[in-house]
Design a protein around this ligand. Structure first.
Ligand code: ADP
Ligand code: MG
Length: 584
């Protein structure tokens, strides 16, 4: 399912208004400046008429020339200030949209992220928001100022000669009809062009996220083709939009030329019959000339709005993805706070309505304190247990409780503050080692940090690195080995002083010495914290207080290693093969 398919809702301009509202004063000031600029321009024909009159009657023209120069300079100065104020406001609108979108995307439910392409979401924040700049200045302001200038010019024309105004309006009306046919095509093509940018973002993310695999598989030509196709599709749609925009702009231009010629002909005839004098005709023609700019402005506003509304619609779609409610940041548990008790009661869960159940009524109890291990074949649903505890997903039925309180009754931030979670693939973020460690607890002091480095067996590594904790680890920690990444992830979780520690195959990539050391660390932690571990190597869980054996979304058996070896055939088999493999 794509993002677009889940959406219906209010029109795009409503969203635009929410972004523009905080800047309405600056926008208004910029618009007024533009209008005043336009008005000074509007006075020029009147001064010109004076000038021609003065010439015709052999009067001095110095006064009229001076007035004209003053107007031209004022026009330029006001225009510059106005442009700056508007551009600044437009950038602020873009900033506001980017901020609100970024905040929103951080709150997205994991289930929503599962069915979207991060690259496409990224394009919505970076590329689509950029288009709001033009919508704000060119569309909103352009429509306002252009429209008002147009109205003022038309009024002035009516004052100069109503007959010639009628002629002009007839021509404009004809052009408007043609524009009505063109404009929807701009909007459609723009939407497709922006969608293609999203597709390109997704393709880029996919390729760059696995560049090593792409290279090792010799798949560069295929990835290159995908990327080029996405880029070309955006190009195709953009030039389609450009074609229709150009048609719209030139329709307006052509209409003005026709108006000019028609006014010249009709006006000439009126001068010949003495209905108007030559000065009036010249003034009117100048107004027709001046009409050009506000008409272009209004047509530009309409065409730009088509592009902008396509971008707005894409932003709006992202804002309608299911998200978690905003939460105030929760305090981490104070040192020495008691460990948490956990229970699953008949939990049924599937990742989506069209996917099979992953948990078919999972039930188990974990008392506060001690180590509980989850074992079972891959795909049994062990990682899913942890995802449900973190409330990355909600069970379809059944109940999960922490300290006897249903997870849904916990404030989300408070729940997550109680938990330390080391994910299966030990994610490390780009940045320094220190950034990574402090991610879960920004307030940890140097002593605490040093202590955790020691217990997670990272102290040796940090001592070896030239920049110690400030060493950069590369994108997704690529400058670290798998085992090092796992230890960073464990240290990060321990720094949170969790009441419940979740370790998902957290030591799978460690060498025997480090693994044994960390087993002791975890056993130590389990004296004051509730620890849940998923482990493939049974050697790491034989000492657990209890072992939950899972298979195909069900709990088969619960017991200690000793009990299970005799009572559960699946566990006995796992134990037999593994001890064989390790020679134990
Ligand atoms: P385990 O950790 O025991 O190996 P998991 O809990 O990771 O098993 O996965 C259980 C099942 O759920 C698997 O069949 C897997 O394909 C599926 N699954 C896991 N994560 C997702 C997801 N985000 N979306 C859809 N299916 C998933
Ligand atoms: Mg797993």
């Amino acid at each position: 399912m794509s993002i677009a398919e889940t959406q219906t809702g209010p029109p795009a301009w409503r969203l635009l208004l929410t972004y523009v509202r905080p800047h309405r004063r600056a926008l208004f000031a910029g618009a007024v400046l533009s209008l005043v600029t336009g008005a000074t321009g509007l006075l020029l024909p009147l001064v010109a008429r004076e000038l021609i009159d003065d010439l015709a009657h052999d009067r001095a023209i110095a006064g009229a020339l001076l007035a004209m120069s003053g107007l031209v300079v004022a026009n330029a100065a006001l225009g510059a200030v106005g442009s700056y104020v508007l551009a600044r406001t437009a950038e602020s609108v873009v900033l506001g949209a980017r901020r609100s979108l970024s905040s929103y995307l951080l709150r997205l439910r994991i289930a929503a992220v599962d069915r979207t392409e991060p690259g496409d979401l990224m394009a919505r924040i970076t590329s689509d928001t950029t288009l709001l700049r033009e919508v704000t200045t060119d569309s909103l302001v352009g429509f306002g100022t252009g429209g008002l200038t147009l109205l003022a010019t038309v009024v002035m024309m009516g004052l100069v000669d109503p007959v010639l105004l009628g002629v002009t309006l007839a021509v404009i009306l004809g052009a408007g009809t043609v524009l009505g046919l063109i404009v929807p095509r701009i909007s459609r093509a723009s939407r497709q062009a922006q969608d293609a940018v999203g597709v390109m973002g997704a393709a880029l993310e996919r390729t760059l996220g696995a560049l090593r695999t792409v290279k090792a598989s010799g798949a560069e030509p295929r990835e290159e083709r995908t990327l080029h196709e996405a880029a070309e599709e955006s190009w195709r749609q953009s030039i389609r939009a450009a074609k229709w925009s150009a048609a719209a702009g030139n329709t307006a231009g052509l209409a003005m030329q026709i108006a000019f010629i028609t006014v010249l002909a009709v006006g000439g005839a009126r001068v010949a019959t003495d209905a108007i004098d030559i000065g009036t005709l010249v003034a009117f023609l100048l107004y027709v000339f001046y009409l050009m700019s506000p008409i272009q402005e209004v047509v530009g506003a309409i065409t730009r709005y088509q592009t902008g509304s396509a971008a707005l619609a894409r932003i709006q779609e992202a804002l309608r993805l299911p998200a978690e409610p905003p939460a105030r940041p929760a305090e981490l548990p104070a040192p020495g706070v008691r460990p948490a008790a956990l229970a699953f009661r008949d939990v049924r869960f599937r990742y989506a309505d069209d996917l099979p159940y992953v948990h078919h009524g999972v039930t188990f109890d974990v008392p506060a304190q001690g180590m509980t291990a989850f074992v079972g074949p891959s795909g049994a649903g062990k990682t899913t247990v942890f995802s449900l505890i973190e409330r990355f997903y909600e069970p379809e039925s059944g109940d999960i409780t922490l300290d006897g309180r249903s997870l849904v009754d916990w404030e989300l931030a408070e729940l997550r503050a109680a938990i330390g979670y080391v994910e299966q693939d030990a994610p490390v973020l780009s940045g320094s080692l220190r950034d990574n460690l402090l991610l879960g607890n920004a307030e940890a002091d140097e002593d605490t940090l040093a202590g955790v480095l020691k217990t997670s067996r990272l102290d040796g590594l940090v001592a070896r690195l030239p920049h110690g904790l400030d060493t950069l680890v590369g994108h997704r920690g690529t400058k670290l080995s798998g085992g090092e990444r796992q230890r960073v992830a464990i240290a990060r979780a321990l720094l949170r002083r969790p009441r419940l520690l979740l370790l998902d195959e957290a030591t799978s990539q460690l060498d025997a010495v480090n693994e044994a050391a960390l087993r002791d660390t975890v056993a130590d932690v389990a004296r004051t914290t509730t620890v849940l571990v998923v482990a493939h190597r049974l050697s790491t869980v034989t000492t657990a207080d209890r072992i939950v054996v899972m298979d195909a979304g069900r709990v088969r058996a619960v017991g200690t290693h000793r009990e299970l070896v005799t009572s559960d055939p699946l566990y006995a088999e796992l134990a037999a093969t593994q001890f064989l493999a390790t020679g134990g």
